[in-house]
Design a binder for this molecule. Sequence first.
Ligand SMILES: NC(=O)c1ccc[n+]([C@@H]2O[C@H](COP(=O)([O-])OP(=O)(O)OC[C@H]3O[C@@H](n4cnc5c(N)ncnc54)[C@H](O)[C@@H]3O)[C@@H](O)[C@H]2O)c1
Length: 266
Amino acid sequence: EKLVDEGFSKKDTIVGIGGGSVTDLAGFIASTFKRGTKLEFYPTTLLSQVDASIGGKNGLNFKGIKNMIGTVKMPDRVMIDPVVPISMDERFDEGLVEAFKIFVLFGDGYHEFKEKIDDLKKRKLKILLDLIKKAVELKLKVVERDPNDEGIRHSLNFGHTLGHVFEAIKKLPHGICVGWGMVKEMEFFRMKGFVSDEMVDDVEETVGNLIGDDILKMSIDVEEAFEYLRNDKKGSGDLVRMPVIHDVGRFEFKSFRLREILEVLS
Ligand SMILES: NC(=O)c1ccc[n+]([C@@H]2O[C@H](COP(=O)([O-])OP(=O)(O)OC[C@H]3O[C@@H](n4cnc5c(N)ncnc54)[C@H](O)[C@@H]3O)[C@@H](O)[C@H]2O)c1
């Protein structure tokens, strides 16, 4: 309404300055207002710097379902200043979770992350800068190969199938829920015999260090989770495609029935 009232045109630039919530909304507005304006992001949370502002996907929740509405629109410019998220409260660590997710998937940066986790949590600038660069570089490689999210980009959903259910039910921040989802999904892959105990424990220990073991101990009602997933995945049948982690930097896609995945919660 404001854009119309103030006479904004296609040639104007919508600038999203903030965390992932703001950049997602700005991206959606820029892709739909007059069928598309220019778009720039100045992400201010660590999570938005390493993930949400990269790759052009935006999502709005609708009817209680995460990212039910959204588009893909690449920003014309993303400006990342690693000093900016240093002023965050404890939610800073949620950005470390999304970065760690990328390192688990692609291997690069994984061991370094584990080695430097204490310094990262202390927000040491040089180490933080290297982490942001590495995470952005890895995500961009995936996005360049699959900008429309039709193949390899689905790998970035690691932790999100169960994480989104947890987020909808517990109403906790996104990064925390992705961490919980990563651990539960690893436990599911172990149940299926796809991954070693050591690898699951390794991810669990690191994520626990970031979001707290109390969160990892939280459980959700299986039937409530089933209802959410059924609505979320409506249209894609009973099967959910997930990146199955075999080891650091090694995964393959497999499809599972909803009920099968939820067995890990009982
Ligand atoms: N589009 C994508 O590819 C993508 C990827 C990951 C996450 N997301 C979305 O991003 C959202 C989460 O983003 P988020 O974790 O950035 O949270 P957020 O946008 O909700 O911001 C978290 C909090 O940090 C505050 N904040 C922002 N910058 C700050 C700073 N520099 N110093 C102090 N406080 C600051 C905000 O006011 C807010 O209270 C979720 O909705 C998620 O779905 C989108």
